[in-house]
Design a protein around this ligand. Structure first.
Ligand code: HEC
Length: 234
């Protein structure tokens, strides 16, 4: 037992001896048992780097590309509307909420008119099909391909409780932006305008689902779809 206390004392003395005194400044690199991510193999902003021929660490965008969030000419405004915006603002357009409450309707910042609303919805369709269809399915019924690989609890967006009366547009915008439960947020992938466009498209899916097949425009679209996809015709 007496050796135990001796060993214990030695360990403590070693431990304390090796640790720098808190607040003390030393020229040498400190011994760190838990280095966290203090030293990283990366180029710090504005520092030199010999990897590149010109020795400059910070790089210009590669010719023919443009950074996310900017139009090719470096501007962020398209037709007076900030096209590539990903968040940060306050108010309905940015958050889907007005004074702590979700609200309904497309925000006026989108500047929707009879002329551009079709393009807006088509953009929503495109973005929905790229980002949401894998889980929510192309009709919004929550039976996307991922559900057959075990993604659980994907919401069926065609249910009544996701309709505008009980589930305002702003709330849908918020879920698209920030995610919920097993669903991740899309605020880093989709611009604000695109998130509203997806919201509008989900509304279009909900309406189309309930429209009678006798509606000639829907019937024609359905028949065209069946003709184009004969394997799925039943
Ligand atoms: C990786 C699969 C996945 C993708 C992709 C996905 N979702 Fe979801 N979504 C889910 C799951 C799972 C839930 C259920 C979340 C919960 O209630 O915990 C959900 C729930 C929702 C809800 C309802 C949330 C609520 O309040 O109950 C909405 C609205 C929604 N998703 C819209 C979208 C839209 C629009 C997109 C495309 C931008 C999208 N989702 C992409 C998996 C996904």
């Amino acid at each position: 037992m007496k050796y135990f206390f001796l060993a214990y004392a030695i360990v403590i003395v070693l431990f304390v001896g090796l640790m720098p005194i808190r607040g003390a400044k030393r020229a040498e690199t400190p011994l760190r048992l838990f280095p966290d991510m203090d030293d990283q193999d990366k180029v710090m902003g504005q520092s030199a780097d010999q990897f590149f021929a010109d020795g400059v660490g910070s790089r210009e965008p590669v010719a023919g590309t443009h950074p996310v969030g900017f139009l090719p000419d470096g501007k962020t405004e398209l037709g007076g509307i900030p096209e590539y915006e990903f968040g940060g603002g306050t108010g309905y357009y940015y958050t889907g909420g007005i004074d702590d409450y979700y609200s309904n309707g497309m925000p006026e910042e989108l500047a929707l008119t009879a002329d551009n609303v079709n393009a807006f919805l088509n953009r929503g369709k495109e973005m929905y099909e790229v980002n949401c269809t894998p889980c929510h399915g192309s009709s919004g019924d929550g039976l996307g391909i991922t559900t057959s690989f075990g993604v659980p609890g994907v919401a069926n967006l065609t249910l009544e409780n996701y309709g505008q009366a009980t589930y305002p547009d702003g709330r849908m915008f918020d879920v698209i932006s920030n995610g919920k439960g097993n669903m991740g947020g899309y605020k880093h992938n989709l611009s604000i305008r695109d998130r509203w466009a997806v919201t509008a498209y989900v509304r279009a899916l909900q309406v189309a689902r309930k429209a009678p097949l006798s509606d000639s425009s829907i019937k024609a679209a359905f028949e065209a779809h069946q003709a184009a996809n004969p394997a799925q015709a039943q």
